[in-house]
Design a protein around this ligand. Structure first.
Ligand code: NAP
Length: 248
C-alpha cells in the first residue's frame, strides 16, 4: 500500500526513550514499521517502553549520554542506522544571579554536548546509512525568551539549533538530513518537575492559542515525518509544534 510516511525496513535510534517525547517517539516509530534501538539511563522505564512497541527486533541499551565513553560504547553496539532521534534532555529554572558553573555544565552536557558527541561518534564509526535522517528535539525556548529563569535551558537549545544547521551542510555529501523540532510545553515529566503555582499555570496556558499544552505523541508524529521518505528533501530546518504559542 502506498505510504510515504512508512518507516518499515528503517532502523532508528531514539535517545531519552524511557520517558515523555522519546518514549512516544519510539512507540510511534514502531507503529510505522521501524526497528527501534532505545537508550536512556533507567532500565525499568526502558523495559516499560519496550512493552509498548509494536513489531519485533527492538532493543534497548542503557547509556548515560553525559559520558563520552558511554556514547562510544553505545555507538559500538548499534547496527547501521537509517534515523536517529535525540530526545534526551533536561530543564532548569534558575535566575541568572544564582547560576553556578556546575549548572552550565549540567545543562550543556545533556542538552548540547550529548547530541553533538553522539552525532560525531556515529559519523566517525560509519553507523549512519546514506540518506539517514537525524532529528534533534530542541525547544521554542531556543528561539527566544519563553519564561523567566530559563536562560541556561534556552541557550543550550539555541546552541543545538545552530549545530544542526552546520551538521546539515557537512553531512549532506552522504545525503544525511539533519533537522530540529521545537516544541512548546508538552505534558511530560520534564514539565511536571517545574513547580508552577495554579495562578502562574493559568497565565501560562493563556499564552497558548489552542488552549492546551501539547502531547508527546504530537511531537513524535512530526519526528516520524522527518524520519520518513516523505521528508527526503528537508534538511537544516526546524518544525515548531507549539499550539500557536510563538504567535503571541
Ligand atoms: N516537555 C516539554 O515541555 C518540552 C518542550 C520543549 C522541548 N522539550 C525537549 O524534549 C526532550 C524530551 O523531554 P521530555 O519532556 O520528554 O522529558 P522527560 O519526560 O523528562 O524525558 C527526558 C528523557 O531524557 C533522558 N535523559 C536525561 N538525561 C539523560 C542522560 N544523562 N543520559 C541519557 N538519557 C538521559 C531521560 O531518561 P533517564 O532518566 O532514564 O536517563 C528521559 O528518557 C528534551 O530534549 C526537552 O528539552 C520538552
Amino acid at each position: 500500500m502506498y505510504n510515504p510516511f512508512s518507516l518499515s525496513s528503517k532502523t532508528i535510534l531514539v535517545t531519552g526513550a524511557s520517558s515523555g517525547i522519546g518514549k512516544a517517539t519510539a512507540i510511534e516509530c514502531s507503529k510505522m514499521g521501524a526497528t527501534i534501538i532505545m537508550t536512556a539511563r533507567n532500565e525499568e522505564r526502558l523495559q516499560e517502553t519496550m512493552q509498548l512497541l509494536e513489531g519485533e527486533g527492538h532493543q534497548y541499551i542503557i547509556t548515560d549520554l553525559t559520558n563520552e565513553d558511554a556514547i562510544k560504547q553505545l555507538t559500538e553496539q548499534v547496527p547501521e542506522l537509517d534515523g536517529v532521534v535525540c530526545a534526551a534532555g533536561i530543564s532548569m529554572l534558575k535566575p541568572i544571579q544564582v547560576l553556578a558553573e556546575k549548572d552550565i555544565k549540567t545543562i550543556f552536557d545533556t542538552n548540547y554536548n550529548a547530541p553533538v558527541l553522539l552525532t560525531k561518534t556515529l559519523v566517525k564509526k560509519r553507523k549512519l546509512n546514506t540518506e539517514a535522517s537525524l532529528v534533534y528535539i530542541s525547544s521554542i525556548s531556543g528561539n527566544g525568551n519563553t519564561a523567566t529563569a530559563l536562560s541556561l535551558y534556552g541557550s543550550s537549545k539555541s546552541a543545538l539549533n545552530s549545530f544542526v544547521k552546520y551538521a546539515a551542510i557537512e553531512l549532506s555529501g552522504k545525503r544525511i538530513r539533519c533537522n530540529t523540532i521545537c516544541p512548546g510545553r508538552i505534558e511530560t515529566k520534564l514539565l511536571q518537575n517545574q513547580t508552577m503555582n495554579e495562578e502562574d499555570l493559568a497565565k501560562d496556558l493563556a499564552k497558548y492559542p489552542l488552549h492546551r499544552y501539547g502531547m508527546p505523541e504530537e511531537v513524535a508524529q512530526a519526528a516520524v515525518y522527518l524520519l520518513s521518505d516523505a521528508a527526503k528533501w528537508i534538511t537544516g530546518t526546524s518544525i515548531t509544534i507549539d499550539g500557536g504559542r510563538t504567535l503571541i
